[in-house]
Design a protein around this ligand. Structure first.
Ligand SMILES: Cc1cc2nc3c(=O)[nH]c(=O)nc-3n(C[C@H](O)[C@H](O)[C@H](O)COP(=O)(O)OP(=O)(O)OC[C@H]3O[C@@H](n4cnc5c(N)ncnc54)[C@H](O)[C@@H]3O)c2cc1C
Length: 485
């Protein structure tokens, strides 16, 4: 940093206004939100405190803050809803500010003729969904964190929602955006339905995890909303393998239900408990949406295929239970419930989401279930579910509980588990070790394996966009790899 702490704070306050630069200890300690939450529950703060939380209210302010930080070697971590895990918001360098865009929270335009909504980066997705539902529309984007996450973060992490198989993920939904580059330039990518004008520049910002610029405004698609037409069906499958086979058949036959899920017993028991499964059994369920004739046709076809693969139809009750309780986990992130649980149980629950082709996913599921437990002595529970499917493959959310040895070693213990799973996945040609939460600090050490021979391009991109490495150093690209250049 080329200026003193006092000079930096004074200048930042001059840009965003009095009262909008927070330096009290509680705000700084919670700057990275629930990241390293287990250690924090025991009063342990293991990462450097940021210099300040800087609340921005306009694109001009974001631009001025970034230009100043770039000139003076002050690191910047963008933040909106603060729900990101994986060490996404973690501070790893001294002289870092958290630039918070959650007050840039206006819906700017709902264009019902062209089915798009434009909003500022800090607009809560739930707020948009509530507004457009009143018009008979939906964003189609429904991550489990919908009640808490904001649009900037949802784009920056390449997020995906629970109804993705019908509506798509954020890369299918994002039309255009406004962003500020690390040196303070404001750029806009217009809302063109499709273009063939070179590489798609939206993708520089989607999944950038805040390391390549600050997203200030986004436009996403809207869809007609037919909640009354939803078709639901739940099936008990003999095992996960027959479940994967049935899912593959349904999706590769061309059907597009919105919700496509397959749970093994440990995951079902831990997270919902609404279906009683025998040891090897799995619970597979679907929601089909759209105009009535479409959802009915989709539902009828799913039903036929599920039975062909030995599925035992158990009606809709367990699916309705899931629909009602699917976002309950968010309650644990509000208030102090999660920390209380850590202190009482000394147990951490977490997830690691991966993807692979239809043929590799079955092998990956078996490998993880067999090979990971012997590597993790404090593993209490391991299971998984499928939640997002594609014509060429699907994902698994591995879920697990660890009995923690100590707050001091908690992050290391958690990371060991994440890497144990990811290393099993990366043995396979089509295995991707990060399906939708982002690399964060947790998985960036695996970036070279994930990207292989294309990893140097990621390093080049970071250098090109942010030559002074002020934005989120150690994100997308390991710090040591940047230094080597
Ligand atoms: C209970 C729970 C359930 C979840 N379920 C899902 C799920 O179903 N699907 C899913 O995809 N994710 C899920 N997540 C992860 C998380 O909600 C998403 O990653 C979400 O996109 C983060 O949005 P946010 O506004 O909270 O971003 P933040 O947490 O504030 O930031 C996330 C990342 O984006 C960057 N960032 C934030 N704002 C900007 C900006 N304006 N410009 C540039 N970079 C920015 C940050 O630096 C950080 O790297 C879940 C998280 C929780 C806690």
């Amino acid at each position: 940093m080329n200026v003193t702490r006092e000079q930096a704070l004074e200048k930042l306050e001059a840009i965003v206004g009095a009262g909008h630069v927070l330096t009290d200890e509680q705000s700084l300690r919670m700057g990275d939100s629930h990241n390293r939450g287990y250690a924090k529950a025991f009063g342990l703060y293991q990462t450097p405190l940021p210099l300040a939380i800087v609340n921005a209210y306009s694109t001009d302010q974001v631009s001025a803050v970034l230009a100043y930080c770039n000139q003076n070697q002050i690191h910047v971590i963008p933040r909106t809803g603060a729900t990101g895990g994986e060490g996404l918001l973690e501070v790893i360098c001294e002289n870092t500010i958290i630039l918070d865009g959650s007050n840039m929270n206006q819906i700017l335009k709902i264009d019902t003729d062209n089915m798009m909504v434009t909003c500022q980066c800090g607009t809560p997705l739930q707020e948009i969904e509530d507004q457009v539902n009143k018009l008979g529309l939906t964003t189609g984007h429904s991550p489990q964190s919908r009640p808490m996450a904001d649009m900037g973060g949802l784009v920056a992490t390449r997020s995906i929602g629970q109804f993705s198989t019908y509506y798509g993920a954020i890369e299918d939904l994002l039309c255009g955006l406004e962003a500020v580059t690390p040196d303070g330039r404001v750029i806009r990518i217009r809302n063109v339905p499709r273009r063939s004008a070179g590489p798609d520049l939206r993708h520089i910002f989607m999944g950038s995890e805040g390391a390549l610029g600050f997203i200030t405004e986004v436009t996403v698609k809207l869809f007609p909303y037919y909640p009354d037409n939803m078709w639901m069906g739940g099936y008990i499958m003999k095992n996960m393998k027959t479940g994967f086979e049935a899912l593959r058949k349904i999706i590769t036959s061309g059907y597009k239900p919105s919700v496509v899920r397959l749970y093994d017993k440990p995951d079902m028991d831990y997270n919902f408990g609404s279906v009683t499964l025998k040891d090897e059994e799995a619970f597979m369920f679907f929601v089909a949406e759209g105009p009535g004739a479409l959802s009915k046709a989709t539902g009828d076809a799913i039903h036929k295929i599920a039975l062909e693969f030995g599925g035992e139809y158990i009606g809709t009750r367990a699916v309705e239970h899931w629909m009602i309780h699917r976002n309950d986990l968010c309650d644990q992130f509000r208030g102090t419930a999660r920390e209380e649980k850590y202190r009482q149980t000394h147990t951490l629950y977490s997830t690691t989401e991966i993807s692979a082709s239809w043929t590799d996913i079955v092998k990956i599921y078996d490998d993880v279930m067999k090979n990971v437990p012997p590597q993790i002595e404090n593993l209490v529970m391991l299971g998984g579910h499928v939640s997002h499917s594609y014509i060429n493959g699907t994902n698994i959310y591995f879920v697990y509980q660890l009995k923690m040895n100590s707050p001091e070693t908690a992050d290391e213990e958690h990371t060991k588990m994440v890497h144990a799973i990811c290393n099993e996945v990366l043995k396979y040609e089509t295995g991707g070790c990060v399906h939708h939460h982002g690399m964060g600090k947790k998985r960036v050490p695996l970036a070279w394996k994930e990207h292989g021979t294309s990893y140097p391009l990621m390093i080049d991109l970071k250098h090109m966009m942010d030559p002074n490495n002020i934005m989120k150093p150690g994100t997308l690209v390991m710090l040591k790899d940047m230094k080597k250049e």
